[in-house]
Write a protein that binds this ligand. Sequence first.
Ligand SMILES: Cc1cc2nc3c(=O)[nH]c(=O)nc-3n(C[C@H](O)[C@H](O)[C@H](O)COP(=O)(O)OP(=O)(O)OC[C@H]3O[C@@H](n4cnc5c(N)ncnc54)[C@H](O)[C@@H]3O)c2cc1C
Length: 528
Amino acid sequence: MIELKNLHVPAAEGPEGVTAAAAWALGIPRNEIKSLVILRRSIDARRKNAVIFVFSVAVEIDDEAKFLKKKRGRFTRYTPVKPYRFPYSFLSPETRPVVVGMGPAGLFAALCLAEAGAPPVIIERGQPVEQRVMDVERFWETGRLDTASNVQFGEGGAGTFSDGKLTSGISDLRTTYVLKRFMEFGAPESISYLAKPHIGTDRLRTMLISMRQHLTDLGCDIRFGARLTDIEIENGCVKALVIDGEDGTYTFPAEHIVLAPGNSARDTFEMLEIRGVKLSPKNFSVGVRIEHLQSAIDGANYGEAATLGTLPASDYKLAVHPEDGHSVYTFCVCPGGQVVAAASEEGHLVTNGMSYYARDGENCNGGLLVSVSPEDFGHGALDGIAFQRRLEEAAFKHGGGDFRAPAQLVGDFLAKTPSTGPGSVLPTYKPGVTFCNLWDVLPDFVCRALAEAIPEMDRKIRGFAHPDAVLTAVETRSSCPVRIERTEGQSVSVKGLYPAGEGAGYAGGIMSAAVDGIRAAEALCAHL
Ligand SMILES: Cc1cc2nc3c(=O)[nH]c(=O)nc-3n(C[C@H](O)[C@H](O)[C@H](O)COP(=O)(O)OP(=O)(O)OC[C@H]3O[C@@H](n4cnc5c(N)ncnc54)[C@H](O)[C@@H]3O)c2cc1C
């Protein structure tokens, strides 16, 4: 196949125009292209009156060797990148490994271990995704929270009720492997080539069921409603786990544990600290969700091309660095999505965002976050969690004490006056919002940083500071406030414990957590 990079297709033609563009670039009639594989697709919207799709493709034509010779080096053959392969196989350990947590990190660790011949016992405090969806939907309708089965806890982990964005800042061969495995379990093929791939919460949920079936077929022992509550340690090595299961508490002998509990497992971090596992505080971020009309964001990004109907719902990525040292940035933007209630503790309110694959909702929402460090919340390992809890408690109280979220219009927030109701942007958060003054809810330095950043961001995305845009508080769980210190994949203080994923402090997002889970499985297999 012949590789073509940087092919431009005008937005008006839509992505289907790629074959014509490839034929034009090669100087051959369209019908001479036998097949075409998209390697990458992005959108260049820097010139609003000339928005284009930018493609890299591999094209199959007759007699490629002759064609390439005739074109004298103007084109090159496509050489696929060597795929990642898990480097261990045929293991048969004396004691079964255990994976704690069925988020992306735990799932990929379990997958690699099972396929290498060491199917683990998998401990998940939450419920299978079918039950979990019902528990979460009931919470959103009624405000009745299940502290074991919610947006943070259950099969699939924290990203199950998400936009399923798979972008990550890491450069690692394992990312292509993760995409390939996701596609095998039902993710859309577009994730293999889109510059900003996403799965959507609907497709994620069905993928998880296929993944569970595969793990079960490989011999994994999956235990839902099973919470790790303690670790027995002898001579600095793990000896057993104490598990609070559906039939009571039991002790389970275990020497090799991938610990992937996500960033909301506060009780687990408390237990680890008591057991002498070395933890450190780390920087994280807090803030709000901001909601605009999707049409306004598309207009700001695409200009007139927004009305063509050929371009996907758009997002943004903005950052401002106010003088007081607290960076403000947008995070986890969900085009056509909704703001979700993401609490996992009674009396503590948390927001986040999700979208369906179609991204066809009325609004676009994004996290609008202020970075915080131990200077803001204290230097103890668990001080960040205490800080999160204070903000979540304040949000719960100001929302009315029933998981309605405190909210304010951007215009009122900038004027420091309470809001009394929505304008043109209708908030999507369920079970509902209570309009108020967020300056009474969030710490002053957070409000000041947000108030400075919003007008700055409006210079990049026109309408970002629209007075009717809605701010919903509080977003505290975008990353982990704790790190479980590790060396060569193992806890520095307890042998046999392999901390992984976002909760261990080594990942942020679905993709990097999945990659870190694979790394944990590699480290564990090296010791086996
Ligand atoms: C609403 C929402 C939307 C998001 N959207 C995106 C997105 O679009 N793209 C993106 O990249 N990231 C997104 N994220 C972040 C992403 O979900 C996380 O980065 C990722 O899930 C972290 O993976 P993990 O495996 O490390 O932990 P988690 O996914 O948090 O999984 C940890 C699992 O461990 C279980 N567990 C915890 N403690 C115990 C215990 N003691 N015993 C047994 N089980 C335990 C939990 O129930 C959970 O299932 C979103 C998060 C949320 C909440």
